[in-house]
Design a protein around this ligand. Structure first.
Ligand SMILES: NC(=O)c1ccc[n+]([C@@H]2O[C@H](COP(=O)([O-])OP(=O)(O)OC[C@H]3O[C@@H](n4cnc5c(N)ncnc54)[C@H](OP(=O)(O)O)[C@@H]3O)[C@@H](O)[C@H]2O)c1
Length: 335
């Protein structure tokens, strides 16, 4: 946080975006003093999200003033609490969600934005949960109301959100998952996670493959994080009363929805913006995180950390995701 609040006299290392689209740098920043409701967390791991990458290019829907430290989710240990903090204590293991600032050795969070890590869940696994599993759970459970036995098609199925969606749909909701991804290696990973079938959409037609795999019935639920032509092919694969959930546009192109398709098969196009629930409906937001932690503790889900980078390797970590080379969650270790 670089907001000019009183400072405690200590420094900590943080990733800094000083100029949009330029490589990120590491700087020592002065640790701010805590407000009464705030908590200082010693960060162990911070998740890398597409939103961080977009924010550092100035392309994310929420704009940040320069310079800023990216990072919207973290796992770590509580090191200090403000005077009015009652929910956590020094030494507690927590995950947290921030607008930004988590790609650093420490960060400051509102006490409301921290959730305790249950016993048996590691810091590494926990760091992979908030954005990816929170979004997957909210999209599948709250938005699409996925039922056991339904067919769920997930695109970018080996990505952070995609693999989380495969995990939750197959192993928690007991849906039949079709994983669609951009390489055979990624398809295999999604199959290992519990998908029943896979489609490599760089080689075959997603629409045709989905039709064959469902014996012409189509799929009940689609989670799409790619957009563009992948979204369009997926939309045509919906079954009667199917639901397509728009998660993101990793491919860069925002598709439009021909309204006649909605009418003809009585299908619904839904959106999900997980972070927005924080302000609009906090109980729903919070329960997506509590569910993720609970499913993980019960070993019903198993987050896949595809790569761990050091703080000073942040630019490589970002490239791994933008070059489509990542699988599961990419996280940054501060230790
Ligand atoms: N709505 C929300 O609340 C929410 C929450 C989290 C994420 N998102 C969005 O969901 C999308 C995925 O985010 P993520 O963090 O989970 O990333 P990710 O899936 O781990 O990585 C992106 C994946 O998208 C696919 N992709 C297709 N075309 C691409 C391109 N031109 N450049 C890069 N990737 C491409 C790649 O998979 P294949 O090679 O298999 O195609 C790639 O691995 C992003 O648009 C993100 O903003 C939205």
């Amino acid at each position: 946080r670089n907001d000019g609040l009183a400072q405690s006299g200590r420094n900590y290392r943080a990733v800094l975006c000083t100029e949009l689209t330029k490589p990120l740098i590491i700087r020592n920043l002065p640790a701010p003093s805590l407000q009464p409701h705030e908590v200082r967390v010693g960060v162990h791991y911070c998740g890398v999200n597409f939103a961080d990458i977009l924010a550092c290019k100035g392309l994310y829907q929420e704009k940040h003033c320069l310079p800023f430290t990216p990072g919207m989710e973290f796992s770590g240990t509580v090191v200090e609490t403000g005077a009015n903090v009652s929910t956590v204590r020094e030494g507690d293991r927590v995950i947290g969600v921030n607008g930004m600032g988590a790609m650093a050795e420490e960060c400051v969070a509102d006490q409301k934005m921290l959730w305790p890590i249950p016993e048996g869940v590691s810091y590494e696994e926990a760091a992979a949960l908030p954005v990816s599993y929170g979004t997957a759970i909210l999209a599948l459970e709250h938005r699409a109301r996925t039922q056991p036995g339904e067919t769920v098609l997930v695109t970018a199925a080996a990505g952070a959100t995609g693999l989380a969606a495969v995990d939750v749909a197959a192993n928690v909701l007991k849906a039949k998952v079709i994983a669609a991804a951009g390489s055979d290696h990624k398809c295999n990973l999604a199959l290992q996670k519990g998908a029943a079938h896979s489609v490599n959409y760089t080689q075959g037609s997603l629409k045709e493959e989905a039709r064959k795999l469902t014996e012409n019935r189509g799929v009940n639920v689609i989670l799409d994080a790619v957009g563009g032509d992948v979204f369009k092919a997926a939309l045509h694969s919906l079954a009667w009363e199917g639901r397509i959930v728009v998660v993101g546009f990793a491919g860069g192109a925002i598709p439009s929805v021909p309204a006649n398709l909605l009418l003809l098969k009585n299908v619904s196009a839904l959106g999900v913006f997980w972070g927005r629930y924080r302000e609009e409906d906090f109980p729903v937001f919070s329960s997506s995180l509590s569910s993720a932690l609970w499913y993980c503790q019960e070993r019903r889900i198993r987050p896949h950390v595809g790569a761990v980078f050091k703080l000073e390797e942040v630019n490589e970590a970002f490239s791994r995701v933008t070059q489509r080379k990542s699988t599961g969650k990419v996280i940054i270790s501060t230790k």
